[in-house]
Design a protein around this ligand. Structure first.
Ligand SMILES: [Zn+2]
Length: 294
């Protein structure tokens, strides 16, 4: 499932090539995530921010590589997880999209916990994982902490949205990373500039584009790439059929016996895959053949 949108991301260099940046407008992706997961305000913030962060962190990867941002907290939202690739595709899920704390502070919905960054650099190869404790719970500062403590890259990260009565008015993010030869004084000026920015969601809701955001951050930025972004899930019926088969013939037989149909739901896009008795029997037959052959 892919949604057309104007969402896009720019990446490039600034301050004479000593600072890397990514800026993104993810308004449509945030809106679609909210609809897809029937999310409340906290769920919408969680899904949108983690998706935006994953897209920005994946922006420098090579084709076919993937990056996941996973948050596991003790709060009512549960696990929040997004997977993105450098071609601008992202998908995201949260355990309880309708979690409600009575307030609008994302950190309260997440609670104390940890952030894991999962990098898959080759298809079917083991993933690299880096884990840090959450320091803020608003996602942006947590990602910056991860980049500093796990990868020794001083970074500023902001992900945010503005929610209105109709849902997501605007959403996006920026990521700024200092390269080793960056001038400390220039960085200090940049940090001050970032500190003076109004909340990102308000800026974007006011009509500011990623290009305009660059002008607010830097005096002259060199854009190296522009990537269109989309909410995309690669799930297929075949994938879920294989998953069913891995349960083994005994379990498949039990399910076929007890249920008129077996319904599986993709956690990421909430698509439902329905297998009736006839289809379950075909899978059961396949599973038995496989078990006899092994
Ligand atoms: Zn899916």
């Amino acid at each position: 499932m892919t949604s057309a949108s104007a969402d896009h991301l720019l990446r490039g260099l600034a301050l004479d090539g000593t600072v890397k940046f990514v800026v993104a407008d993810t308004t449509t992706i945030n809106r679609r995530l909210r609809e897809m997961h029937d999310a409340g305000p906290l769920g919408t913030m969680a899904l949108g921010r983690v998706a935006t962060a994953a897209l920005m962190l994946a922006a420098g990867l090579k084709h076919k590589q993937q990056l996941g941002v996973q948050i596991n907290g003790e709060g009512p939202l549960g696990e929040i997880y997004a997977i993105a690739d450098p071609d601008g595709a992202v998908r995201a899920t949260v355990t309880d999209p309708r979690a409600d704390t009575g307030g609008l502070k994302l950190a309260d919905g997440i609670g104390p916990g940890r952030l894991t960054i999962v990098r898959r650099l080759e298809e079917d190869a083991p993933a690299y994982r880096g884990v840090v404790a959450l320091v803020d719970g608003g996602i942006g500062a947590d990602i910056a902490e991860y980049l500093l403590s796990s990868e020794q890259i001083p970074s500023a990260v902001s992900v945010g949205e503005r929610l209105g009565p109709e849902g997501v008015e605007a959403a996006g993010g920026f990521l700024v990373q200092a390269l080793p030869d960056a001038d400390p004084e220039a960085l200090e000026r940049l940090v001050k500039r970032i500190g003076r920015l109004p909340p990102l969601g308000d800026l974007l809701a006011g009509g500011l584009t990623p290009e305009g955001l660059l002008d607010r951050l830097f005096d002259g930025a060199q854009i190296l790439a522009r990537t269109d972004l989309s909410l995309t899930c690669p799930c297929t019926r075949e994938h879920f059929a294989r998953k069913l088969c891995t349960l083994g013939s005994a379990e498949l037989a039990r399910m076929t016996d007890e249920l008129p149909e077996t319904v599986l739901e993709c956690h990421f896009c909430r698509s439902q895959y329905i297998f009736d008795r006839e289809q379950m029997n075909a899978l059961l037959y396949g599973a038995r053949m496989y078990e006899q052959a092994n």
